[in-house]
Design a protein around this ligand. Sequence first.
Ligand code: SIN
Length: 269
Amino acid sequence: MKIRPVSGALGAEIGGVDLARDLNPETVAAIRQALLDHVVVFFRDQDLSSEAFMAFARAMGRPVEYPFVKGLEGFPDIVAVTKLPHQTIAFGGNWHSDTTYFAEPPMATMLLARELPPQGGDTQFANQYLAYETLSDGMKALLAPLRWVSRSDKAEASRTREDRQTSERTVMIAEHPVVRTHPETGRKSLFVNLAHSAQFAGMTVEESLPLLRFLWAHQVRPEVTCRFRWTPGALALWDNRCALHSAINDYNGFTRVMHRITLAGDVPV
Ligand code: SIN
């Protein structure tokens, strides 16, 4: 197994692994360690059936259903993230951590490229350990006791969900710490996000927005990001506890189909 970092901030490509065949305990443990070390890991040229994709997901954690978009026939935990030539809005087209409106947001997400536009459609990732560590001591002290409210109906999120197939009537709301401690690495990371952070707990939206806007900009500065150019059969696996991601919507008129699985997480502390 060869691990090659793709930027100074986060992300590594893992080569020499066939995820359909090499899921022995040593390889699984090495992939998990690489995920903890690099926050997001990428694999190229994986020939994975839905069964094999599920097997890899189960080796990494416990797959959970996505609340708004129906899963594939026979594979309810695999969601197709699709943009068709006539569509102009992309699923996940803004900076977010997945489904933080759950009390227990997912630990990780995996995305597999099934059909790609001739160019464009990259995904960006941002390292939230670095986002936290590059704040001043004064700002860290200010943020330490704060909690925030995550809502599934926040405007920025719904704008990017043109392909929802299930009812949006139920609004999901959860409260989380602004700074969370990773349950495996023990490192602190910034845990707000543009798509789902509505306000700080105990404050109005108007009171919250100035500081939230600063954090949303700070947490995705180019120095803390990487950008992944997809190729057919590429797979990305990211740690939702310390990464943000955003799909770049620069391929109108073309089709992009990705298969996505999220893995169960725990209560952020
Ligand atoms: C997502 O937000 O999970 C989708 C990301 C992408 O399509 O690149």
